[in-house]
Ligand binder design. Structure first.
Ligand code: SF4
Length: 93
C-alpha cells in the first residue's frame, strides 16, 4: 500500500463558496473549551485559534471524518455534509 501522503495527494475538494458546512458558536466554544479541542483533533487542521481566542474555520479542507462532531460540546458546532456535488472526493487508484 502507498504511504499516507501519497494516498492523500489523490484527494480532491470541490468548495461550496456560497454555503459553508461548518460554523462555530464562538461564545459556547470558548466557554466550554471546545474551541481548543477542535483545533487539537481535526486531522485536516480546519480549525485554528486566532490571537483573540476566536476559532477560524477553513471548511474547504474538511475531510468529512466526523471527529469534530464527536468531541464538540452541545451548541458549539453546526456541522452538516456539504451540498450535493461539493466537498471532499476520495479517490483510490
Ligand atoms: S469532519 Fe473531520 S476533517 Fe472535517 S472539520 Fe471535522 S474533524 Fe476536521
Amino acid at each position: 500500500m502507498p504511504p499516507v501522503p501519497e494516498r492523500l495527494a489523490k484527494v480532491r475538494f470541490v468548495t461550496d463558496e456560497e454555503e459553508p458546512h461548518i460554523k462555530v458558536n464562538q461564545a459556547i466554544a470558548k466557554a466550554t473549551g471546545t474551541g481548543k479541542l477542535l483545533c487539537a483533533v481535526c486531522p485536516a487542521q480546519v480549525y485554528q485559534e486566532e490571537p483573540d481566542g476566536t476559532i477560524s474555520v477553513e471548511y474547504a479542507a474538511c475531510l468529512e471524518c466526523g471527529t469534530c462532531l464527536a468531541v464538540a460540546a452541545p451548541g458549539s458546532l453546526e456541522w452538516h455534509y456539504p451540498r450535493g456535488g461539493f466537498g471532499v472526493q476520495f479517490r483510490d487508484g
